[in-house]
Design a protein. Structure first.
Length: 285
């Protein structure tokens, strides 16, 4: 089974490399940035000039691109070379409604399609320990799960097409609100002479312990905002959540507050910094 991977960004690069290392057949790759393609080629992938060439040569086509318009563009460009012998996996984080549109377009060709967005960040992509949420038919999910396990250690089907993305958006919305709570309480604690290390240890004694604080405390203390997951990427996910909630008639004031923090960070030109840098927005208000 030949696999093609489109989109070699911060996450896609390492995800594709894991497939190259673990898969026993050919792996093709494409990105608009030639240097990224060359890097994966040096690790054993077969470079392609464009998405169409990749799709023609691949049995399974995986995409990992930034936004809804990019995913739509990928599948519109390759739809003419899809058929019942191929399966498409979009691992991008995009609007669920757009993903459903793409799934319908792909399935008209006879090909299969699942959405399979990921959680965690660059270190987990390198280690192959991502969490993966899948939306799509059960049989397609079962057939593709071994490939997804090249990149992640936890893979779960959430329902039909689009439901993997709904879960990803809910997950990141929860992270954004936990993060904002951490930012605000750390800022209050420091204003009263309590250090971040002491705050983190004390929180671990009670019910407020959380994965975000455990993983980010040392970097927050060092004011290290080296990017593993950018503010602009998280802002995109928060925006998708707020829009999805409006479509569903669900009120999410906490997420609207998180959106305000992220929008302020973007307005200050912080988009390329790691998403933990939002603490500067809270601290400097």
């Amino acid at each position: 089974m030949k696999i093609g991977f489109i989109g070699l960004g911060i996450m896609g690069e390492s995800m594709c490399e894991n497939i190259v290392k673990k898969h026993d057949d050919k792996v093709y790759c494409f990105d608009f940035i030639k240097e990224k393609v060359d890097l994966l080629a040096s690790k054993g992938a077969i470079p392609c000039e464009n998405s169409v060439e990749l799709a023609k040569n691949s049995d399974v086509i995986i995409s990992m691109v930034p936004k809804s318009e990019h995913s739509r563009s990928v599948y519109e460009s390759i739809v003419d070379v899809l058929d019942s012998s191929k399966t498409c996996i979009d691992m991008s984080t995009i609007d669920p409604s757009v993903s459903i549109e793409i799934s319908k377009m792909v399935k008209k060709t006879g090909a299969q399609f699942i959405d399979a967005p990921v959680v965690k960040s660059k270190p987990a992509a390198i280690e192959g320990t991502l969490g993966i949420y899948v939306g799509g038919e059960v049989e397609t999910y079962k057939a593709m799960k071994p490939i997804l396990l090249y990149m992640g250690c936890n893979v779960i089907r959430m329902g039909d097409n689009g439901k993997g993305l709904v879960m990803k958006i809910c997950h990141n919305a929860l992270v954004s609100q936990i993060q904002n709570g951490v930012n605000e309480t750390i800022t209050l604690a420091k204003a009263n002479g309590i250090s971040i290390p002491d705050f983190t240890e004390a929180v671990s004694y009670g019910g407020a312990s959380n994965w975000y604080l455990d993983g980010q405390a040392k970097k927050l203390e060092a004011e290290d905002y080296t990017t593993a997951f950018s503010i602009e990427n998280m802002a995109k996910d928060v925006n998708i959540c707020v829009n999805l909630a409006k479509e569903c008639g669900v009120k999410m004031p906490g997420e609207e507050n998180a959106l305000n923090v992220y929008q302020t960070a973007l307005d200050r030109g912080m988009g390329k910094e790691d998403f933990r840098a939002t603490i500067k927005v809270v601290r400097d208000r």
